[in-house]
Ligand binder design. Structure first.
Ligand SMILES: *Cc1c(COP(=O)(O)O)cnc(C)c1O
Length: 467
């Protein structure tokens, strides 16, 4: 299996070569030359597998350059830290089923892919005899998932910038309580955009990037997208049986279009998915796109800070991989769309919009702060269960698309403990922390405070990076 660029300017590469970048040299995104296909017989055979075993099977279709027994060892290690079931399914009211993707160390779905990425990065670096220093900016979930996946590794270190005083107490504790020597938390005097600009400046200095072995594990990383396809297969296998209904629908709380893209890949591989329902919050550029065919990204200043903060995005970096299929995989069409966007601030596929549902199965909806609170309350009253604000956006939009005879699976992308203030506002209940979480909140913290200053960051990396 080889990978090509959505903009046509990359020699086909094997899976291992796409790990560090995701971004192709021509500015496009890496995609499989064609999606691997899974037939009904194979699906039936997969029913008996554990989650790590299933992950090795599915990822083996993408990572054909890695021996299967090595993959199996890595998927075992990746999901070993999950205290209970890796991906539990549970029913809530209104015929919906939640797919629990937040059982990992940071209580959000980013662990699902990042834990595997940590394994496969260390593995490929060992083969090459090289090292990698991950440089990233985070406003919360991605940074902590990366740090927990990479802590204690020999060949990878992490430099994670976050805006000083702008993360929740819980998010700070999740990152800053790590004492591992290869994890460097840097609290920058500024907002998230300042952090991201610092990363862009250093990563854009190709000489510095090369001498300091800098890399990224952001949401366009293809290994993350492929690792996320696994739980769509897992959930389908649990929600159906050999006699029951075959097609199911998924609702996906969405920001950068990474999670739902994995579902779209799974559908393209032959998994019987009827609909993929995209749930947005108030920052609903993607809902607008799927309803009208017009994509008009917003500026950072137009992006609202909401109570489902991990979905507060104004540009969906993975959308290009969907556009590539929409233009029948013709790079000229992709480049043309971005040229339109540069020239006029939007691109327009309204003529193709009916295909979004008929051909690709994607529909969408928006949930607001009031919807989120009402949904958390309604689920709590009906079932006694607390759901997090992002999952609540999913549940709200899922209810608009429930169909008779088609199971509706909603991806639970975080645990309520992470967003205690919103839960309190919705139901007036204090979220109880486990002993383990309480210990983490009380643990000593390790963080370097820094001015918004490129020279200072450069010096810090030169001194602390693996070489
Ligand atoms: C990252 C995140 C999302 C959005 O996922 P995308 O892949 O960016 O669409 C939704 N919910 C939570 C809790 C997240 O951390």
């Amino acid at each position: 299996m080889q990978y090509i660029s959505t903009r046509g300017g990359m020699q086909p590469q094997p899976f291992s070569e796409t790990l560090l970048e995701g971004l192709a040299p021509d500015g496009g995104l890496a995609v499989p030359e064609q999606l691997p296909q899974v037939d009904a017989e194979t699906l039936e055979r997969w029913r008996a597998l554990t989650y790590p075993q299933l992950a090795a099977e599915v990822l083996g279709l993408f990572a054909t350059d890695i021996p299967r027994e090595d993959l199996a060892r890595m998927t075992d290690a990746a999901y070993a830290d999950f205290p209970g079931a890796v991906v539990p399914l549970r029913e809530i009211d209104g015929g919906l089923t939640l797919v629990g993707l937040s059982e990992g160390p940071t209580l959000a779905f980013k662990d699902m892919a990042m834990q595997f990425l940590g394994q496969v990065l260390e593995y490929t670096l060992e083969k090459k005899g090289s090292v990698l220093n991950i440089l990233g900016a985070t406003s919360g979930d991605t940074g902590s998932a990366a740090e927990h996946a990479l802590r204690g590794k020999d060949r990878v270190s992490v430099f994670m910038l976050s805006p000083q005083g702008r993360m929740s107490r819980f998010q700070r504790a999740q990152m800053f309580s790590l004492q591992d020597a290869n994890v460097h938390n840097i609290a920058v005097e500024g907002v998230f955009d300042d952090c991201q600009n610092l990363v862009k400046q250093l990563a854009g200095d190709l000489d510095f990037k090369r001498t300091q072995h800098l890399g990224a594990v952001n949401s366009i990383n293809l290994a993350r997208i492929t690792a996320q396809t696994v739980y769509y297969f897992w959930a389908w296998l649990r929600a159906t049986d050999t006699t029951g209904p075959q097609a199911v629908s998924f609702t996906v709380p969405s920001g950068n279009f990474g999670n739902i893209l994995s579902g779209y890949f799974a559908k393209g591989m032959g998994l019987p998915i009827r609909r993929l329902v995209l749930a947005a919050n108030e920052n609903n550029v993607l809902d607008e796109f799927f309803r009208t065919g017009v994509y008009r990204p917003r500026s950072a200043a137009q992006t609202l800070a909401t109570s489902s903060p991990s979905m507060d995005i104004s540009k969906a970096s993975n959308l290009e991989r969907f556009i590539f299929d929409l233009v029948d995989r013709d790079p000229v069409g992709v480049v043309g769309a971005w040229a339109d966007l540069d020239a006029q601030g939007y691109f327009d596929f309204s003529a193709e919009q009916p295909r979004f549902e008929s051909e690709f199965g994607i529909v969408s909806g928006t949930s607001t702060h009031a919807d989120r609170l009402a949904t958390i309350r309604a689920v709590y009253e009906a079932t006694g269960e607390l759901i997090d604000p992002h999952t609540a956006d999913g549940v709200k939009v899922a209810r608009e698309y429930v169909e008779d005879g088609v199971p509706m699976l909603v991806l639970e992308t975080a645990k309520p403990e992470k967003f205690a203030e919103t839960i309190q506002e919705a139901v007036g209940v204090e979220v109880a922390y486990s002993d383990e979480l309480q210990q983490m909140l009380d643990a000593p913290q390790r963080v370097v405070e820094m001015a918004d200053d490129e020279a200072a960051l450069r010096a810090f990396i030169e001194e602390n990076a693996l070489h």
